[in-house]
Design a protein around this ligand. Structure first.
Ligand code: SF4
Length: 210
């Protein structure tokens, strides 16, 4: 069935409404969405990260990140440490209090996670597949550079395993895997070349080969 502009409008409206709901929920906790996003990213890098890398991963400007970092520091949720590799830079990492809050945010009860609680593995797999494509599109349009997805990864080989249940292959762990195991934030991810990513996206969009 061909996709129509009305279908796209409906899907876009649904996503916009969900994003607004989650933003509103974050504000109700007195936690602006950008600050919540900083806590989530820092939770995945225990050694901390430079501000420039953080801004890249979040797809926001350095100025906007700087305001959020000042606010988080004032609340005692992050700390800045000297960067051993660069005397002029600082490493930002979570304080013990910030780590506890980040784990609460990621714990499956807040934000989008609260809306996904009843989805089974198949639906989650479908959602992860669509999320890969949406993040890829955001990267193509210059809206985001940071997300560490499978579809942006040089180790990713979509529909390459020959196994219907686990059609993709990860060259890093050297194992096949299926849509439910697709990663949106993988610590081992390494960005692929432009040509490799375009070819992977084409193959990933197609139905699985017979
Ligand atoms: S290294 Fe991580 S992001 Fe890359 S293909 Fe494997 S699981 Fe996916």
């Amino acid at each position: 069935m061909a996709t129509s502009s009305d279908q796209r409008r409906q899907a876009a409206a649904g996503l916009d409404q969900l994003a607004s709901l989650v933003r509103a929920q974050s504000w109700r906790k007195d936690l602006p969405p950008t600050q919540a996003a900083v806590l989530r990213v820092l939770e995945s890098v225990s050694a901390g990260q430079r501000a420039r890398q953080l801004a890249e991963r979040l797809g926001i400007s350095a100025a906007s990140l700087s305001d959020s970092l000042k606010a988080l520091e004032a609340k005692g949720w992050i700390e800045r440490l000297p960067d051993p590799a660069d005397g002029r830079a600082a490493i930002i990492r979570l304080s013990a209090q910030g780590k506890a809050l980040a784990q609460e945010l990621l714990g499956g009860e807040g934000g989008m996670a609260a809306l996904l609680k009843r989805l089974g593995a198949e639906d989650l797999g479908a959602l992860l597949r669509i999320t890969q494509l949406l993040v890829f599109e955001a990267q193509q349009q210059g809206l985001a550079s940071g997300p560490r997805t499978c579809l942006g990864c040089r180790f990713f080989q979509p529909h390459a395993s020959g196994d219907r249940d686990k059609p993709h292959f990860c060259g890093f762990i050297r194992k096949p895997f299926g849509d439910p195991e697709l990663r949106v934030d993988c610590a081992e991810q390494e960005a692929g070349t432009r040509q490799q990513l375009a070819a992977n996206a084409r193959r990933f969009r197609q139905a699985m080969p017979a």
